[in-house]
Design a protein around this ligand. Sequence first.
Ligand SMILES: NC(=O)c1ccc[n+]([C@@H]2O[C@H](COP(=O)([O-])OP(=O)(O)OC[C@H]3O[C@@H](n4cnc5c(N)ncnc54)[C@H](O)[C@@H]3O)[C@@H](O)[C@H]2O)c1
Length: 270
Amino acid sequence: MQSVNSLQLTFENRVAVVTGAAHGIGRAICRELAIRGAQVAAVDILEDALDESGKEVEEAIAAHGSAGAIRLYPCDAADSAAVKSLAESVVRDFGKADILVNVAGGVAGQVHQPIEAVSDDDWRKVIDINLNTTFYMIRAFAPYMKEAAYGRIVNISSGAGRSSSLTGIQAYTSAKAGQIGLTRQMARELGRFGITVNNVAPGFVLSNPSTERQWQAMSKEQQDGLIESISSRRLGTPEDIAHPVLFFASDFSRYVNGQIISADGGLQLF
Ligand SMILES: NC(=O)c1ccc[n+]([C@@H]2O[C@H](COP(=O)([O-])OP(=O)(O)OC[C@H]3O[C@@H](n4cnc5c(N)ncnc54)[C@H](O)[C@@H]3O)[C@@H](O)[C@H]2O)c1
């Protein structure tokens, strides 16, 4: 283990649980952790895409000669009982869980509708996958982290949760804002146990079929307008989101707790 002043500089011997591991951002987070030595428990509801993710990460591990590994856990993270047994399985398989990255979320295939047209089911589905998954995962894994007196929890929200959504999906904005609130509250509750809880809010990233469709549906003028509004003058990549996650998941952020980083190229400036 490399260390300077007792800070660990790699993720060797760290166990990282990542939800939403099948699509672009979660997949990149698994890869970036694993090539730096982490043992990754990759969780997603989409089994085939999770398999692909596992293969891609294994290839990256081999290419980097890393000591990391990835193991796949197909699971509905919006199912409270399934998440409880997931936590038991992960800790049985790896002996502990040092890092938890809550990436599961998205818009569930929905597009903007006027508020009066939003059904109860539309609303609940988006709250379920973005906010309830985060609650269930933290509730299930926190006891193991408390016992170990060590933990790094990173939640992935969205610029929508800090302001409003480009897509105009009311439940998405609400769920992500709620998840940011949960981040702060959990930092307050768990900090005394050596656990940090932080949040990365991505901007627009072409990382899943839905954002690809959204981008293609824009006119050239709309695409140019979006790029113009981003200080760095480009869209984000999944790695652009994974890198601040690495910071929060590492020992470099040990005195940073309850914070939100916007990884959006300077789109929203606070
Ligand atoms: N792509 C973007 O532009 C963007 C922008 C802001 C925020 N985000 C957020 O980043 C995260 C990752 O986004 P992405 O673009 O990689 O993919 P995505 O939005 O398609 O969804 C993330 C992943 O979560 C999984 N998931 C959904 N419900 C689940 C459940 N109940 N149990 C387990 N897994 C479940 C999906 O299968 C998918 O792999 C999401 O939370 C998304 O809201 C994305």
